[in-house]
Design a protein around this ligand. Structure first.
Ligand SMILES: Nc1nc2c(ncn2[C@@H]2O[C@H](COP(=O)(O)OP(=O)(O)O)[C@@H](O)[C@H]2O)c(=O)[nH]1
Ligand SMILES: [Mg+2]
Length: 398
């Protein structure tokens, strides 16, 4: 082991090697990582060992999954997704932060549960201009949730497939405490918030080597590219991959690489909803919350359910935040569908055709787009035409 890491870390590493159980090993290796001084010469050691921790955690998860499959257990926390799924989370307090109140305000569900401990998820449907948003309140998250405290694993694992996480923060209590607890547990559960996946792709190949390709000038902008490449290769080898092409599209860190090698990592969008804005002395904390967290959260909304102060166009806010657009289909007879297709920004006619039914794509002839604010309102277009929010389309097939 390198001489850069210091005696306490070395001792911890020995403990890790001697540990019997996987759980113990994960804990000790985590402690080892936090003991290693952070600088250039130790970056690789840290990344390698983060990868090891991630691998051991996955082993444990796989074991639990396997047990569940053999015992045919369906978690009461698992929720079938319907429409755009939004999950409300908060730190654990009694009385609570106001999640059920918000759920009830938006959807009418769970009125009788307000002010009570929520042990299992509560679900409601929020309708906004014929668009369905499924709002799910999760039981509160306790410190140690990512290790399983208070059903934390089940709760956190539900977040992995949702469309949006709403972090609910009570303005009448320390927001610092709530935010740091939640962000820490999310991070430990390998849920990355409001960041794009790292700009790299690892493709396994048949050849017996690891090849690293730097495909942009940002990617190439590394001090000692030969040394960097060697370290990348070592970290990949540590993950049991012997043959691969690594394509790097931008500046990356070793942590990015560790994440890219860890199939458990997910990237989620999240906004903050501050609650109980009607209570005295909540204005200043709200301003402070916005100041301190606006880097990580582009959307921080102040609310008070008691004053009925929740954005009236909450659905609009969500669609904009998630970069979704609404496309209304028109039949040949000229009837416009009430319910829009919800698509990603920059989608094309082709995407819409496929979304309606693949036959619309396979026998596509042309489409008509009606766009209210365009100079030419009605336009005949092809498959590559890029759609805007609120476009009306009519697809003609051959
Ligand atoms: N002052 C105030 N109290 C609220 C507001 N929203 C919820 N509460 C209260 O906070 C407590 C917990 O609410 P609840 O919705 O059950 O929180 P949960 O545990 O996060 O689901 C209840 O006593 C609510 O009446 C609000 O906007 N203003
Ligand atoms: Mg509740």
């Amino acid at each position: 082991m390198s001489s850069n890491i210091g005696a306490p870390a070395k001792a911890k590493y020995q403990e890790y090697l001697d540990a019997g159980s996987l759980e113990q090993k994960i804990k000790l290796l985590g402690e080892f990582i936090s003991l290693v001084p952070k600088h250039k010469a130790t970056e690789k050691i840290i990344a390698l060992n983060k990868s090891r921790v991630a691998k051991m955690k996955r082993e444990i998860e796989d074991r639990i999954q396997q047990q569940k499959i053999t015992q045919k257990v369906v978690s009461p926390f698992s929720i079938k997704k319907e429409g755009i799924q939004i999950i409300l989370i908060s730190a654990y307090y009694t009385p609570g932060v106001g999640k059920t109140s918000l759920l009830n305000f938006l959807t009418g569900a769970a009125e009788e549960k307000i002010g009570k401990f929520t042990a299992l998820p509560e679900i409601g449907i929020y309708q906004y201009n014929k668009i369905r948003f499924q709002i799910v309140e999760m039981p509160s998250i306790m410190r140690g949730a990512s290790e399983g405290i208070g059903n934390g694993k089940e709760i956190l694992s539900q977040l992995r497939s949702c469309d949006l996480i709403c972090i609910c923060v009570d303005l009448s209590r320390s927001f610092e405490e709530q935010m740091s607890l939640l962000l820490e547990e999310l991070s430990k559960a390998e849920i990355r918030i409001n960041i794009p996946p790292p700009p790299l792709k690892i493709q396994k190949t048949g050849s017996n080597k690891i090849q690293v390709l730097y495909l942009t000038s940002d990617a190439k902008n590394v001090e000692d590219i030969k040394d960097f490449t060697e370290k990348i290769k070592e970290i990949i080898l540590e993950n049991g991959i012997r043959n691969a092409i690594v394509k790097v599209y931008g500046a990356i860190s070793f942590d990015d690489l560790v994440d890219a090698l860890n199939p458990s990592v997910v990237y989620k969008k999240a906004m903050v909803i501050a609650t109980k804005g009607d209570l005295p002395h909540t204005e200043e904390p709200f301003e402070k919350l916005k100041r301190e967290y606006s880097d990580k959260f582009s959307k921080i909304i102040g609310t008070s359910v008691h004053k009925r102060n929740v954005p009236q166009d909450f659905g609009e806010v969500i669609l904009r935040f998630l970069k979704k657009i609404r496309i209304y289909t028109m039949s040949v007879g000229g009837d416009i569908a009430e319910k829009p297709l919800i698509m990603e920004e920059n989608s094309t006619i082709k995407d819409a055709a496929i979304k309606i039914h693949k036959s619309f794509y396979e026998s596509f002839d042309h489409a008509i787009v009606i766009r209210q604010d365009a100079r030419q309102k009605r336009k005949r277009v092809g498959l590559d035409y890029e759609l805007h929010d609120m476009d009306i389309i009519e697809i003609s097939t051959m």
